[in-house]
Design a protein around this ligand. Structure first.
Ligand SMILES: *[C@@H]1O[C@H](CO)[C@@H](O)[C@H](O)[C@H]1NC(C)=O
Ligand SMILES: *[C@@H]1O[C@H](CO)[C@@H](O)[C@H](O)[C@H]1NC(C)=O
Ligand SMILES: *[C@@H]1O[C@H](CO)[C@@H](O)[C@H](O)[C@H]1NC(C)=O
Ligand SMILES: *[C@@H]1O[C@H](CO)[C@@H](O)[C@H](O)[C@H]1NC(C)=O
Ligand SMILES: *[C@@H]1O[C@H](CO)[C@@H](O)[C@H](O)[C@H]1NC(C)=O
Ligand SMILES: *[C@@H]1O[C@H](CO)[C@@H](O)[C@H](O)[C@H]1NC(C)=O
Length: 786
């Protein structure tokens, strides 16, 4: 999407007069053209007494019948009009206008024209931390709860005519390159984590039961999946509270770098990378999350624009069981012609985009089905299940506390020399807070924000603990192009008991349509930090804002910078959460969901989509799974005020894939790459369930603070398979332990899923031999044999 509609939209494609007319045609057909209608009072078509006699209004009929019935009442012109995000309605059938485009990435956002904060009784909505920070909690319950809370606020705003019911979140592209301006919107660099986040967000948002209520059904999941794969069952007519959208499908993660823009970019992706990195989050979002919308991206993948790739979009339906509507990113259909030169004429672009959806009628039935599942046609919302939600359900103290909880749980303590933090409450007599983001409120939310309920700045948060808190920005703004404010900053720092410097990024440095070129702090920020650190009496605390990784190696080794905390874009409660951490009211437990690379990484061409390293070309690879060079901070790094140790209490040492099969049939299934043996996972599917096991893990807290720690289990496969990851995350679980106590957790390992890898041809294989399971520096050998 383009940024806030009040800001400049993405640069329009260069147009000749001839194409202007054709483009008009395009924009009519093009699904979202990203221009707005104001959501006027929303009416329901199936109201007594005028329009309730149509079969599509008959609630006793199955939804697919109702959708088909509605379709049968439409003329071709009606049909074409309904393919845009701005649906103008069909008065003769009582169908009101509907704006499909609303946004809800981490709270109801202003970016979509379906949302309006000044058209009703709801002036603000809870602003949760930007997704990258919430991800750092590695807490699925938290992710689910946030999505549920946003759904409540969404319904409340819809009831008041201030939002639609179809929202274009979550963003689940992997954070592939540290320069990417939209990395902040993602759940990090690991496909498994992104998949887990997608599932929780979609389930929470669309109104599924909570995670705890559904654990009983986990075992049935595999069977259900098979049914979907064979095309039976599924139905896809479950009720939706609001509709979530998995975006942007696929291999999209570059805004504007060199000659490449997201509109013209042709991502060259290997089958191996597609299957084990780019696709898994989308597959889970659809298969397990059951998202009702999938958004195709602007870019092309291996020469075919994503929105024109019939195989890709059909794969989602036939293989992953997708039941919902496909939307293009804003003007993505137009870019098929304008930027990608994929078609000879704009008409062809439309034709191709629709062909990828098979045809208009199918596309419309998909749209109607989602509207029917949302109850959009059925009567007065006040009598509906969600109809009572209103202003008092938005910005509630529960929701604001949840936002606070997310900011607390996500913040990552990167460095803490000699237990410098926490500072002692009531002992610190004065604080100096330095930096251009320290006094900010509106920019603490990152991209895709709305109007926050009651935002607090970092300075305000700290003032709750220390009355004598002073502030100097040091730099005029985050780009920090002058050192003119240094003197004032030095002067107030010298007078204070302790000094906290808030540095890092905001949306002027990284956002939609704007990638970074450097991983260093902007402008004079580094000079500001070192100057303050050198002149302050005591070591300083460095707080880093922003979604993208920063090369702060200068601060890592500097003893005058005692502690470093990454706070991402912490949302409206961020100032308070940070202060609680600094003064020990919350023990930090967040872990980085992405690798922090050094500045030298910027030599890597951003348009190179390969995940795997290639030493012959000096290409270091990407993410903790494949990157082979120096790091600043690694994926999963994060300290706490206490010290945890882990212990594997139980896990098998050996698994037999075929307990009872005859040797001959086993040998037929065994494959060989070099001297390494493996099995194709799709050939042993019926054995997968019997291979699943629970790993029991003990967590011991050796310190004087209660806290949550994220247990991460990684695995390394045996043998020498081409392109095998150095290690990959199997599972994670956030575990709470009291001070000086211990706790246990059980992690289910599904070898077919967790211990398999994807080969060069995109096939999932299970290597035979000794797999290594790892937790921190603990290693456990698990031998998988025939
Ligand atoms: C609704 O559909 C049911 C089932 O076909 C039918 O029996 C009923 O008469 C219909 N109601 C109306 C109001 O048409
Ligand atoms: C959207 O629809 C409304 C009518 O509901 C119309 O007034 C408006 O011009 C449309 N906007 C665009 C960009 O097509
Ligand atoms: C996960 O988040 C939920 C919701 O905020 C919280 O209640 C729970 O304590 C968290 N789990 C851990 C282990 O911290
Ligand atoms: C598309 O064609 C135009 C005009 O021929 C050319 O300027 C542009 O570079 C081409 N774009 C791509 C992505 O090939
Ligand atoms: C901090 O922000 C508040 C509220 O916007 C403003 O009143 C105050 O002057 C600012 N302080 C500094 C030092 O910039
Ligand atoms: C954590 O505590 C254990 C047990 O007391 C100790 O052996 C270990 O060295 C400690 N680790 C750190 C990083 O302090």
């Amino acid at each position: 999407m383009p940024s806030h509609p009040n800001n400049s939209p993405p640069p329009p494609p260069p147009m000749s007069t001839a194409t202007t007319i054709l483009l008009f045609l395009l924009l009519t057909l093009n699904i979202p053209n990203c221009q707005s209608i104001s959501p006027e009072s929303l009416k329901f078509p199936c109201q007594h007494p005028h329009h309730n006699s149509y079969p599509f209004c008959n609630t006793t009929l199955p939804l697919p019948i109702r959708a088909q019935s509605l379709l049968s009442l439409l003329t071709l012109s009606d049909k074409i009009k309904r393919l845009s995000n701005n649906d103008t309605g069909i008065p003769r059938l009582g169908i009101p206008p509907y704006e499909w485009w609303s946004e809800s990435l981490h709270g109801i956002a202003v970016n979509g024209p379906g949302v309006s904060f000044d058209a009703g009784l709801i002036p603000a909505a809870t602003s949760f931390p930007q997704v990258i920070l919430t991800t750092a909690s590695f807490n699925r319950t938290l992710w689910f709860s946030i999505a549920s809370a946003i759904a409540v606020e969404a319904r409340a705003m819809y009831n008041g005519g201030q939002a639609g019911l179809t929202f274009w979140a979550p963003t689940i592209n992997v954070f592939r390159d540290p320069r990417w301006g939209r990395g902040q919107e993602t759940p990090g660099e690991d496909p498994m984590v992104a998949a887990a986040y997608a599932i929780e967000y979609v389930r929470g948002f669309q109104g599924e039961k909570s995670k705890n209520d559904r654990t009983g059904t986990e075992n049935k999941k595999r069977n259900r999946r098979r049914r979907v794969l064979t095309g039976g069952g599924g139905g896809g007519d479950d009720e939706l509270m609001v509709s979530a959208c998995c975006k942007h499908f696929t291999a999209y993660d570059l805004e504007n770098w060199g000659v490449y823009t997201r509109y013209n970019f042709n991502a060259i992706v290997t089958e191996q990378d597609l299957q084990d990195t780019y696709h898994p989050p989308f597959k889970s979002c659809i298969q397990e999350g059951k998202a009702s919308c999938l958004m195709c991206s602007y870019n092309a993948v291996n020469g075919i624009p994503a929105c024109a790739d019939q195989d890709l979009l059909q794969k989602a339906r036939t293989e992953w069981g997708f039941k919902g509507y496909v939307t293009s990113d804003c003007d993505a259909v137009a870019t098929i012609y304008e930027y990608q030169n994929y078609t000879k004429s704009p008409e062809d672009a439309v034709a191709i985009a629709l062909k990828a959806e098979e045809d208009i009628d199918k596309a419309l039935v998909n749209l109607f089905m989602v509207q029917l599942r949302l109850g959009l046609y059925d009567g007065d919302p006040i009598t509906g299940k969600f109809g009572k939600l209103g202003p008092r359900d938005v910005c509630t103290s529960d929701h604001k506390n949840l936002a606070l909880e997310a900011a607390r749980q996500g913040m990552v303590l990167l460095k803490n020399d000699n237990k410098f933090l926490p500072l002692q409450k009531n002992v610190v007599s004065s604080l100096a807070v330095i930096g251009p983001m320290a006094n900010a409120t509106s920019t603490l939310g990152g991209g895709y924000i709305g109007i926050p309920c009651s935002p607090t700045s970092i300075v305000e948060g700290l003032k709750r603990y220390v009355k004598r808190t002073t502030h100097a920005s040091g730099c005029l703004d985050v780009s920090c192009t002058s050192n003119g404010g240094f003197l004032e900053a030095v002067s107030i720092s010298k007078k204070a008991d302790f000094v906290i410097i808030v540095a890092g990024l905001d949306l002027t440095q990284e956002t939609e349509d704007h990638d970074r070129f450097s991983l260093l702090l902007p402008g004079y920020q580094m000079a500001l930090i070192t100057t303050i650190a050198a002149t302050s009496e005591k070591p300083v605390v460095l707080v880093l804002t922003g979604g993208g990784p920063l090369d702060v190696s200068f601060a890592q080794g500097d003893p005058r910078i005692a502690s470093i905390i990454w706070v991402g874009y912490p949302g409206e409660t961020g100032g308070r959460a940070l202060a609680e951490i600094i003064f020990g009211d919350h023990n930090p437990g967040g872990k980085l969901p992405m690798t922090w690379y050094p500045e030298s990484f910027t030599r890597v061409p951003m348009n190179n989509m390969n995940m795997r390293s290639d030493l012959s070309r000096g290409y270091p690879g990407r993410t903790y799974r494949f990157y082979i060079s120096d790091i600043v901070y690694g994926f999963g790094h994060g300290l706490s005020y206490t010290n945890y140790t882990y212990n594997i209490l139980s896990a098998p040492n050996k698994l037999h894939v075929f307990e009872s099969m005859k040797t001959k049939s086993r040998n037929i299934l065994q494959q060989k790459e070099g001297s390494s043996n493996y099995l194709y996972v799709d050939e042993i599917e019926e054995h997968c369930d019997s291979l699943r096991f629970q790993m029991e893990i003990g967590v011991k807290n050796h310190g004087p603070f209660d806290g949550s720690s994220v247990v991460m289990v990684f695995a390394r496969v045996p043998g020498s398979f081409k392109g095998a990851p150095m290690k990959q995350l199997v599972e994670f679980e956030s575990v709470h332990t009291g001070s000086y106590s211990d706790a246990k957790t059980g992690i289910i390992v599904d070898p077919c899923k967790h211990l398999s890898i994807v080969n060069e041809f995109g096939k999932t294989i299970l290597p035979l031999g000794d797999h290594i399971l790892m937790i921190d520096d603990l290693e456990h050998i698990l031998s998988i044999v025939m």
